[in-house]
Ligand binder design. Structure first.
Ligand code: FAD
Ligand code: NAP
Length: 548
């Protein structure tokens, strides 16, 4: 299904090193793996990247569904480590479309000559720590294994697709797609009857475009989601010039935001409950009109006070009712959970799509999908015959790709075992008992609650600096102290527990995957987190055990 559609991809497979001993093995060639390789080289480390796909870009390599684009503005959703790169790269839209982000990832790989140390179409199967040598033995589906002092899991938080185990799934005679593993050839739904299962961000981005092509589109909704219009547009040259004139200062302002983005429209620091109805309406309206993720920044109590949140939620429901002409459909599309509790979606014409005659919404909140049949989808006791099914059913988020790898630390301890009751990390960077193994944007770090490229760079810089420090001091291993990890897990839970985030069945909690332990995985608040990481370093890697 995947093809080398970007220039020069295949050649790197042949140029890659044939060595079997490394300082650093990096798993994944998304934005995290690419920058980790760049930093590793600058630090003089002998590093190699293994990537399951046949190209770089990670998320933007796999998610090629129609309408895929970022929901953090392009001028922010990009690397800042190279001022030349950020000055010279030109984004064409306020929110960059997937093909452009993929081109950017490829540009970075070429510009920094990264491909020669990336082995594509190579999946890491296991990583075992050998006590005697204090090194990791890493095995892939293409080799007997290599030895490395350090391993960085840059495997991505949203890289393991969630395909529910629907009854009859394999019996379907038509075409089926998952948004997170979209074919590389163009898919044309013209004249077809299409089903979309799911109404998260991926569905909400793709549905308006599929609806333009398809003869009939049937959307199966288990839970309605809140979506705010993107108001996407061509990037204003004056805005681009203004940002580029002071890019480092622009980045610095964003890094002080809770989610490391959106300094151009910071949260209004007053409670909704103290505002007059007119002021509330005005502030919600202002954010709705501006578009994008900043909506829940209209007041500072929206994510901590259920009554305040309900005011914002009802504002959005009213906007949905105003757009969707059929009142029954509008009510079905109006979400009932806390707004912001599941990640808010950002759309271009989502609600309007349900006014099209060829589009129908099927509520499966009560009985779910009963089965996939050879002809289509059965729900609510009725069979919907379709030619194609799009599964927009999301990801086994944050832990999925890590736990697919057989990772074993000291005394053969399996990560799957260590995380049986949910992921446990120190700073989202390392797990007690797994020396010299780092995760980028792992559970317990701000990660998916931020502009992820910013979080990725912060993690990669921390890891690279740590390795350099360790080696300069003649030390061999670094690992989290169990007590420090326990305290950190407690901190992450306490921060989330003081908010409305844990109140719905989100993938932040693992609630979207049957059987997954329900734990709030990311940490809220980027600036405080960065400060903590810096303090840990300043205090000689406090909470870590270092051994020679
Ligand atoms: P990924 O990009 O997921 O890369 C991980 C790579 O590791 C993949 O290529 C995978 O093939 C590889 N891999 C995994 N396991 C193995 C293995 N065992 N062996 C070999 N290779 C392996 N974030 C934002 O901040 N803003 C956005 O607007 C935004 N939009 C998004 C839109 C979509 C559709 C999705 C799915 C996510 C979005 N995200 C967004 C989150 C996005 O995942 C991150 O922004 C970022 O791209 C993650 O980069 P990464 O390198 O950490 O992981
Ligand atoms: P998602 O948010 O998890 O949505 C998955 C959808 O599938 C949900 O509507 C879910 O319903 C439904 N679903 C899952 N299992 C189902 C089942 N067994 N039966 C019926 N329905 C089922 O996944 P996603 O849309 O791929 O997005 C994941 C994350 O990726 C986003 O939150 C975001 O962080 C990122 N993303 C960002 C963008 C962007 O705008 N830049 C675009 C896409 C993705 P329930 O809600 O009931 O579980």
């Amino acid at each position: 299904m995947q093809h080398a559609s970007e220039p020069g991809l295949k050649s790197s497979i042949h140029n890659a090193q044939s060595a079997t001993t490394f300082d650093l093995v990096i798993v994944g060639a998304g934005f995290a793996g690419l920058y980790m390789l760049h930093r590793a080289r600058s630090a003089g480390l002998r590093a190699i990247v293994y990537e399951a796909g046949d190209g770089v870009g990670g998320t933007w390599y796999w998610n090629r569904y129609p309408g895929a684009r970022c929901d953090v503005e392009s001028l922010e959703y990009s690397y800042q480590f190279s001022d030349e790169l950020q000055q010279q790269w030109h984004w064409t839209e306020r929110f960059a479309p997937q093909p452009e982000i993929l081109r950017y990832a490829n540009h970075v790989a070429d510009r920094f000559d990264l491909r020669r140390d990336i082995r594509f179409e190579t999946r890491v199967l296991s990583a075992h720590f050998d006590e005697a040598s204090a090194r990791w033995e890493v095995r892939t589906d293409r080799s007997d294994g290599v030895s490395s002092q350090f391993v960085v899991m840059a495997t991505g938080c949203l890289s393991s697709t969630n395909m529910p185990d629907f009854k009859g799934l394999d019996s379907f005679k038509g075409e089926r797609f998952h948004t997170g593993a979209w074919p590389h050839e163009p898919v044309d739904f013209s004249g077809k009857r299409v089903a979309v299962i799911g109404t998260g961000s991926s569905a909400i981005q793709s549905i308006p475009i599929i609806a333009q092509q398809a003869a009939e589109l049937t959307v199966f909704q288990r839970t309605a989601n809140f979506s705010i219009p993107a108001r996407n547009e061509a990037l204003d040259p004056a805005k681009e010039a203004a940002v580029k004139a002071e890019y480092p200062a622009f980045r610095a302002r964003n890094s002080l935001m809770m989610g490391a983005f959106g300094a151009n429209m910071p949260r209004h620091e007053a409670p909704a409950l103290a505002a007059s109805p007119e002021e509330r309406q005005r502030r919600f309206e202002e954010r709705w009109t501006r578009g994008g993720l900043g909506f829940t920044g209209a007041f500072n109590d929206l994510m901590i006070d259920a009554k305040a949140n309900e005011l914002a939620a009802e504002y959005v429901r009213d906007r949905i009712r105003a757009v969707v002409k059929n009142p029954a459909t509008a009510e079905l599309l109006a979400p009932r959970q806390v707004i912001g509790c599941k990640r808010i979606c950002v759309d271009s014409g989502y609600y309007e799509t349900f006014n099209q005659e060829n589009v129908q919404l099927v509520d499966i909140s009560a009985g779910g999908i009963e089965e996939i049949t050879p002809r289509g989808v059965r729900a609510g006791g009725r069979e919907f015959a379709v030619d194609s099914i799009v599964f927009a059913t999301g990801f086994d988020a944050m832990t999925g790709s890590l736990l697919k790898i057989d990772i074993r630390g000291r005394n053969g301890l399996a990560l799957r075992e260590a995380w049986r009751a949910g992921p446990r990390t120190y700073l989202g960077l390392n797990v007690a008992g797994f020396p010299n193994l780092f995760t980028v944007s792992g559970p317990g770090s701000p990660s998916v609650l931020t502009n992820m490229i910013v979080s990725i760079e912060q993690h990669v810089n921390w890891i690279a600096d740590c390795i350099v420090w360790l080696r300069a001091g003649g030390q061999r291993t670094i690992e989290a102290e169990p007590q420090a990890q326990d305290a950190w897990v407690g901190h992450v839970n306490a921060v989330a527990g003081a908010t409305l985030f844990p109140t719905c069945n989100s993938w932040y909690l693992g609630a979207n995957v049957p059987g997954k332990t329900r734990v709030f995985m990311p940490l809220l608040g980027y600036p405080a987190y960065v400060q903590r990481c810096e303090e840990v370093v300043a205090r000689g890697y406090e909470g870590f055990k270092v051994s020679a």
